[in-house]
Design a protein around this ligand. Structure first.
Ligand SMILES: C[S@@+](CC[C@H](N)C(=O)[O-])C[C@H]1O[C@@H](n2cnc3c(N)ncnc32)[C@H](O)[C@@H]1O
Length: 494
């Protein structure tokens, strides 16, 4: 049964706002004249949405200072975080519903009006906040803001949205799953279609073939949906006990956490602020996703013949893996050169590796001037789309575009060629991305320089389940609970 098309809201309303272009547009009230709004959580979420939209802020970096400066804590902080991050994650899906319910082209709406509509739509479609409270609280914020004249329009659109739940809107607006499986999943899980397609290609390359059975396709769709839904689950904080500096058991006791499942150095924190763990404050431990711990540990423990003293990290900022490798190096009489192109990020590497046998170089890894044919172990944790870490960056899925991929692949290939020049014959390179995209992972490794041979990486992640057929490794949030890290171990043969 098909649902009736939604009625559109807003006809006859006085609001005449459009996208603001330059200084023109309706006059604004000075901010100082705004009546105070007693809704700190929603106001914070609304301001975060404005920062993400108007100045390209990263939600996970911009929200903490907003909360801190306004002294928002406890339940209000939790609500602000849920509304702000949730709205960022669901952005494209919310916009589709808003577009269906409004009578004005989305592109012509004022930015502030869009923010309010997103905030209201998120509450209506993704939370248990009663619809009347979601609508009225959002309209109140608009009334108190710079676009007070749009309050009636926002009220009308939100009331129209409230007429149906999320599943109903997905059925109405998404392409039917039988006709367009990926397009339907994109709307249902609030992801851009190209990302759905990229994950589908990586998870089940052969279900796209005409010989794939319906059961294969159903199983692949189930797993794809799990992978997409995992992007909406905020990750547990993981700590790494830097080997030689603090034991894992000691860190468990000191932090009140629990031992990680797979990384021998990992600890899961459950609600404790890592900033309050003294071992983190003094550098014996650090916040680091378990997947990052596993790939760095694999490089440090992979079998190597000959000398094992000179290590290189060719794209090191902000220094998580350099910190772990530096701790391993300290215990083994080795030294790590860490290269990072961004001066600020290079400083972060210096800070996190202070006291360890690590030298940081601010340079382009493609032409760093460091010795060639010289390094025993090389990490190339390449700049990438970050599609394996979308759960950490709420707005990121909507900001990345497919056109980012070829540019990054070119850089990844150039950096891998540089790594191949720096490593000695018989030495090892770990090529790592926090993206499962085929072009950035198997594609780059498939076009590796001739002198690099692919080794089986799986034995160096002992105890980690679901690693597949090898020789490379792809970790997934929905399989191992880690970020979506890719690892290829490459040995130079000539
Ligand atoms: C994926 S991050 C590395 C993360 C790091 N390994 C960690 O665990 O904290 C990639 C880094 O490469 C840096 N980068 C980008 N292009 C580079 C280049 N041409 N040479 C060196 N570093 C580069 C980026 O600034 C970024 O800090």
């Amino acid at each position: 049964m098909t649902s009736p098309p939604p009625r559109r809201a807003g006809a006859g309303r006085p609001y005449r706002g459009g996208a603001r272009k330059g200084p023109a547009g309706p006059p604004r009230r000075p901010p100082t004249l705004r009546p105070p709004i007693d809704d700190p959580a929603r106001q914070a979420a609304l301001d975060l949405l404005a920062a993400v939209r108007s100045r390209g802020a990263y939600a996970n970096l911009a929200l903490p200072p907003i909360l801190r400066d306004r002294r928002i804590g406890g339940r209000d902080a939790a609500l602000a975080t849920e509304l702000a991050y949730g709205s960022c994650r669901a952005l494209g899906q919310l916009d589709a519903v808003i577009t269906a319910c409004g009578d004005r082209p989305f592109a012509e709406l004022d930015g502030e009006v869009i923010d309010a509509l997103r905030l209201g739509a998120y509450q209506l479609l993704h939370t248990r906040i009663p619809p009347h409270a979601a609508v009225s609280s959002t309209v109140e914020l608009v009334r108190a803001g710079d676009r007070a004249g749009a309050a009636g329009y926002v009220n009308a659109v939100l009331r129209r949205i409230a007429e149906a739940d999320l599943d109903t809107w997905v059925q109405r607006l998404a392409p039917p799953a039988e006709q367009d499986r990926l397009g339907h999943l994109a709307m249902a899980t609030a992801h851009p279609r190209w990302i759905v397609s990229a994950l589908a290609d990586r998870l089940a390359p052969d279900t796209a073939t005409p010989t794939a059975s319906n059961t294969d396709t159903d199983t692949a769709t189930d797993e794809l949906e799990k992978a997409l839904r995992a992007d909406d689950v905020p990750p547990t904080v993981h700590l790494v006990a830097r080997p030689g500096l603090i034991g894992r058991d000691e860190l468990v006791t000191a932090s009140g956490g629990t031992p990680a499942q797979y990384s021998p150095y990992g600890v899961y924190l459950h609600g404790t602020d890592p900033g309050r763990v003294s071992a983190v404050a003094d550098g014996r431990a650090a916040v680091q996703d378990e997947g990052s711990q596993l790939v760095a540990t694999a490089l440090a423990t992979a079998t190597l013949d000959g000398p094992d003293e000179r290590w290189l990290d060719l794209a090191a900022g902000p220094g998580g893996k350099a910190g772990l490798l530096g701790a391993f190096a300290a215990g083994r009489g080795a030294h790590l050169d860490a290269v990072e192109i961004g001066p600020h990020r290079a400083d972060l590497v210096r800070r996190t590796t202070a006291g360890l046998p690590v030298t940081v170089h601010t340079a382009d890894g493609r032409a760093s001037g460091l010795d060639e044919d010289a390094y025993d172990r090389v990490l190339l944790d390449a700049p990438c789309t970050g599609l394996g870490a979308l759960r950490r960056r709420p707005e990121s899925r909507w900001r990345r575009t497919p056109s980012d991929v070829p540019e990054l692949v070119e850089l990844q290939q150039e950096l891998l060629a540089a790594a191949a020049r720096h490593v000695r014959v018989g030495g090892l390179i770990a090529y790592v991305t926090c993206s499962p995209h085929l072009a950035e992972t198997l594609g780059v490794v498939g076009r590796r320089p001739d002198q690099l041979e692919l080794c089986d990486a799986r034995p160096f992640l002992p105890g980690v389940p679901a690693l597949g057929d090898g020789p490379t490794v792809q970790l997934w949030p929905h399989r191992q609970g880690t970020d979506g890290m890719f690892l290829a171990l490459l040995r130079r043969t000539g």
